[in-house]
Write a protein that binds this ligand. Structure first.
Ligand SMILES: Nc1ncnc2c1ncn2[C@@H]1O[C@H](COP(=O)(O)OP(=O)(O)OP(=O)(O)O)[C@@H](O)[C@H]1O
Ligand SMILES: [Mg+2]
Length: 309
């Protein structure tokens, strides 16, 4: 009986998730194999840029142990609110941009969240089921590093997930982990929107020369090798880091910067659909530029080609 009730609750939650998700256009999960490569930075800046373009954007922070989204949006003082005591009201960063994060429920920002997998699963599903986003064009989901409970919960709770954006830095140890994120997406049958190579060279704030501090081109090479779309290279810039630390919108700030231009191009490509497969055709795993019909003449090791043989 208790089992049956649990099942009922699970199904009811699924139904609520369906209802919420049906009002959202594209749902994108940002992930990486390695920590600290810039997932939250990419999430926040793409969200700001898409909102700047006039899209209605929601951001869900599923990094329950290290929620940084609110700080980078400059709304870390906000608290979790509800109209009816059941659902959550997301915090409005600016018109057209809302965010929900566990950090809004934490009284002490220094308190660690010591949770097992099942609790994390429950919290993420509750945010998906009970956040009052209304109608959105985009829901961007920031995740912690790796391919664990959080990423699995998102993919399994949103079967129609538009796809994943995989963030990596160019050096070998990050690429090794990014390959796992690619294979995670494939294993779960989730489309890969593309890979972003972040911290792709450091722009010296004095001479503006680029120093390849983590190397360069590793993300692009991995994409060619694994047959996944490459979205672009975002260089390291000290001003970008300062903007994120102070919760300023980097995308709306004055003069031109290489990292901002790169992020703008990526946001545009996603919004124009050139980098965003909306279908979840899991039988075809090639790049965004190749067609299944061309598989026969292709010489790659792409899983799609192997399937067609
Ligand atoms: N292109 C960049 N130029 C300068 N600083 C950057 C850049 N990208 C990210 N950073 C900085 O690097 C740090 C780590 O970035 P961020 O928190 O976005 O990584 P993350 O992948 O989300 O980390 P975690 O795995 O802990 O969630 C932050 O201080 C951020 O401001
Ligand atoms: Mg993060």
């Amino acid at each position: 009986m208790a089992e049956e009730n649990k099942m009922d609750e699970y199904e009811q939650m699924n139904a609520r998730i369906r209802e919420r998700m049906d009002r959202i256009g594209r749902k994108i999960m940002v992930m990486s194999g390695k920590g600290g490569v810039g997932k939250t930075t990419v999430t926040v800046n793409l969200a700001n840029e898409l909102a700047e373009m006039g899209c209605r954007v929601g951001v869900l922070d599923t990094d329950l142990h290290g929620p940084n989204v609110a700080k980078m949006f400059g709304v870390e003082g906000a608290s979790l609110d509800s109209k009816d005591g059941v659902s959550f009201l997301p915090v409005e960063v600016r018109p057209g941009l809302k965010v929900i994060s566990l950090s809004f429920a934490l009284e002490d920002p220094d308190a660690p969240v010591i949770w097992r997998g099942s609790m994390k699963m429950g919290a993420i599903r509750q945010f998906l089921a009970d956040t009052e986003w209304g109608d959105l064009d985009y829901l961007i989901i920031d995740t912690p590093p790796g391919t664990g409970d959080e990423q699995l919960t998102v993919c399994q709770s949103i079967p129609e997930l538009t796809g994943t954006i995989i963030v990596t830095t160019p050096q070998d140890v990050a690429i090794l982990d990014a390959r796992r994120s690619v294979n995670f997406s494939r294993r779960l049958g989730v489309a890969i929107i593309g890979v972003i190579e972040n911290m792709s060279g450091l722009v010296c704030p004095h001479c503006h020369e680029e120093i390849p501090i983590f190397g360069k081109g590793g993300g692009r090479r991995m994409c060619a090798d694994m047959h996944v779309p490459f979205l672009g290279e975002v260089p390291m810039e000290m001003d970008l880091r300062i903007a994120e630390d102070s919760g300023k919108d980097w995308m709306s700030e004055g003069a031109s910067h290489p990292s901002r231009e790169a992020l703008m191009d990526i946001a545009r490509a996603i919004n124009e659909g050139t980098a965003c497969s909306t279908s979840r055709d899991t039988s075809f795993l090639g790049t965004s530029s190749c067609k299944p019909s061309a598989c026969a003449s292709c010489t790659s090791n792409c899983p799609s080609r192997k399937k067609q043989q």
